[in-house]
Design a protein around this ligand. Sequence first.
Ligand code: TRP
Ligand code: ZN
Length: 888
Amino acid sequence: MYRETPKPTRLQDYQPPEFLIDQTELRFELDAEATWVSAELEMRRNPAAKRGDGSLRLDGEQLTLEAIALNGRELVPVEYQLQDQGLVVQRVPDRFQLRTRVRIHPTANTALEGLYVSGDMLCTQCEAEGFRRLTYYLDRPDVMARFRVTLIADAVRYPVLLSNGNRLVTEVLPDGRHLARWEDPFPKPSYLFALVAGDLACVEDRFRTASGREIALHLYVEPQNHDQCAHAMRSLQQAMRWDEVHYGREYDLDLFMIVAVSHFNMGAMENKGLNIFNAKYVLASPETATDQDFAGIESVVAHEYFHNWTGNRITCRDWFQLSLKEGLTVFRDQEFSADQNQRAVQRIADVRALRARQFPEDAGPMAHPVRPDSYIEINNFYTSTVYEKGAELVRMQAQLLGPERFRAATDLYFERHDGQAVTTEDFVRCMEDASGLDLTQFRRWYQQAGTPVLDCRGHWEPERGVYRLEVRQHTAPTPDQPDKQPLHIPLALGLIGANGQALPVQLAGEHSPPAAGTRLLELREAQHGFEFIGLSERPVPSLLRGFSAPVKLRFPYSDEELRQLMAADSDGVARWNAAQQLAERVLLARVAAPETPVPPAFLEAFATALRDPQADPALLAEVLALPSESYLGDQMEVVDVEGIHQARETLMVSIAGALRTELLARYQALQASEAARQDPDLSPAAMGRRALKNLCLGYLMRTPDLDMLTLCQQQFEQAHTMTDRIAALCQLARLRDEAAAASRAEQALAAFYQQWSREPLVLDKWFAIQAQVSTPGTLRRVEQLLAHEAFTLANPNRVRSLIGAFASGNPLCFHAADGGGYRLLAAQIKRLDALNPQLAARLLHPLTQWRRYDAGRQALMRAELHALRERAGVSRDLFEVLSKTLEA
Ligand code: TRP
Ligand code: ZN
C-alpha cells in the first residue's frame, strides 16, 4: 500500500545498472510461518554504466533484515539505510561480496507474489518484481547472474525441494529437516528464479532431443492428481519437438520440471527449468476437463516451454520490452496450436479473443502501445495489448518476410542475442538484417496505440475488366497520443467470382502471369488505390484473409456478397468473418428496431451451411455461432445492454424455429457417433464434432419443445466427457427462472455439485455457469454464492469463476440499470484489494469501459470508481487503473 501519489516509471529514464551480479548464492530455511533467506552476492561495478554517487541501492519489500556484511565485515547501522522499498549501502568498492540475512512470512502473503503458501506447499512467483520480496537484490531483468540455491525444510512436510537448473546434492539433517542444493548454469534475471517445497507426486517421462540428448521430464502435482497429467506431458513433448523443427531450438538442461499450483494469479510462469503452473493448465481427464481446457493446457504448456528460448536465453532489457518475450512467445504458441489442430479454427479463436479483449482495451482509457512509455505498476501491463497485439506484430513481420526469410531472421536473433537482455528494437533489427527489408515505418506499430481502421471501397469497370480498390487507413487518438501516423500494414486479399471461384489477382503494370489465390498488399500511406486487371467478371474482394493485420476493416459489401464469401471463400477465417458480419447486420438492425424481420436469405445461408456434408464441423461451429453480446456492444455508439440481449436471444429463437429439422438431424447424428464409442475421443476432429453438436443443442434449446429439454437432460446425465456435460448444464441453468424447466435446472446443478464438490477445477465451472445465467435472479444468486462455503477470495481461480464470470461474462446482469452489478463488483474489489492487489486491478476491467454506456449507467459506474479511489490504503495496482479510467 502506498502513501503518496505513486510516481510512474518511464522508458526514457532507462539507465543501465550501476552494478552487476556475477554469482548469487541463496539459502532458504523454509517454513510457512517464518522463512530465513541468506544471500551472498558477488558484485561489481558495471563498466558500461555512468558512475553514480558511490552508493549501492538494492530492491527489497516486506523483508526483515537480520544481518548484513560487506566483504565479510558486518555493517553497522550508519553504513546503510533501510527504506520502504529497498536498502542503500553508503559506500561500496568496485568489486565486493554482499551478504544479507532476512526473515519473511509466507503465510501472511496473500498477494501470491514472492514466497507464499498454496495448500500444503510453498512456492514462489517472482515475475515481474516479486524477487524483491525474497531478498535484497538488483531486481531488474538486465542484471543476470548464476544462481546456486540451498533449500532446507522439514523432511516430512516438504519432502520435495525444487529450484532452477540441476540438483547437486540432497542431505538429511539431524534435526528432522533435509536439504537440497540446486545450481543453474545459465545466468538469469531474478524474475526467472523459483523454488517449490511440498509433498508432491512426480510423474516422469523423457524426451530425446534432435541431437540425441535425453531430457528427464518431471511433472509435480498434489498426489491425488497424479492421474491427470498425461495430456500436459504429451503437450510438452510435442512442443519440444515442434521448437526443434520450426525454430531449430533444443532444450538446454538435462531436466525440465513443471509444478501445478492451486493458487496462482496468472496462467503459468516460465522459471528456468522449473515452470510453475496454475493447476488449471496442467490437470485434465476427459471426465473433469472440457475440450477447451485441453486446448488451453496444450497452448500454455507450449507457451511456457517456448519461453526457454524467447524470454529466458534471450530476455528483456527492461519491462517496457515485455512484448519482446510475450508477443513473440504468444505468436509461437498460436502457431504450434495451429499445427496441432486446425489452422483456420485456431486463427478464428485467436482473432475472436483479440477483438473481445484487445480492441476494447485499445479504444479505452488503458490504451497503451505494445511497447509502453510509462507505467506505475508493471503488473498492470501484462495486457492483451502486450501479449495478443504483440503476437500480431510478430505475425505481420513473419508475413512481410515470408517463411524462409523469417526463419533466417529468428536464427539470427537467437545467434546474435543469446545470453543477452534486449529490446523490441533489437528484434526488429534482426528481421531487417536477415531479410534486407526496411521496417522503419513498421516500428510505429510498437509505439502507437489504438486500432487502425481500414476504410475500403471498390469500383468495377466492366469495359476494361478492371477492379479498383481504394484503401484509407486511420487511427483514432488515444490518451496521451492525439496524433497518429500511417502504419505499414500487410493486407492479404483474394478476388472471387460469382460461383465462388478464385479470380486472378494481377496489379496494373505487372507482367507476370496472373496468380489466382491470396496476395499480400503492403499499405504505407494514409490512402492507396490498387487496380486489378484482366478480370472477366465483377469480383467480390476477400479482404484481410487470415486476419493479416490487427485492424478494423470496413467495406460496403452487399448482403449477397457476404453470403457469397461465407459460402465459397477459400480462406476459412474470411468465411467466418463474412458470417459474423451478416449476423451482426441482422442483430444491429433488430437492436435499432426490434420488429425488423429476419431476412429469409440469412436463414437460408445458415441452413445451406448446416446441410453441407463436406463442411468441417469445427469450422461450421464457428461460422454458425452468433457474435457475442459484448462484441455487438463494441460496434455501437452507446451500448444498448437490453436491446442487444433481446436481439440476440430472439434471433437464436428464429434460427432455431426455422432450422429445427436440420439442427436436430445434425445433433442426433453427431450424438450417435459419440455415444457409439466406448472411450472418449480427444482428437481435434472429435472436438470439432462436439463443438458443432453443442452449438446445435444451444439453438434447439431455444425452441419451446419440451422434448429438447429431455434431450438436453439426457446429454447431461449420460455424457462421457465434461465438454458434453457442461454444455448441457449451461443450457439447463439458463432456464432456472422458467416455470417449465426450473426444477430440472435446479436438479442438474445440485447433482453436478454433489458429484464434483471435491474437484476444485470442476467446482470453478459450477460457479461460473451460474454467474453467467442472464436472468434477473442471477444477481441475488451470485450474492448467495459469495457466501457459499466453497467460495473464497484467497483463490484467484475461484474469484475469477464467480466474480470475473459475472462481471465479464454476463453483460445483461452486470450492467443492470439499477447499478446492482456494479455495487457487487466494487464491494468485492474493495475486499480483494487488501489481499491481492494484482487480481483486484484485473477484476476492475469491466468498469474501465464506463464511457461506452448511457448517462445513467455512466453515473453509477463512476460513483463506484470514485468511491474505490478515495479509499485509504488503495493499492498502487488499483490506483493506477482507477486514475487512468477516471481521468482519460
Ligand atoms: N510470464 C508469464 C507468462 O506469460 C506471465 C506471468 C505469470 C505473470 N505469473 C505472473 C506476470 C505474475 C505477472 C505476474 O507466461
Ligand atoms: Zn509468457
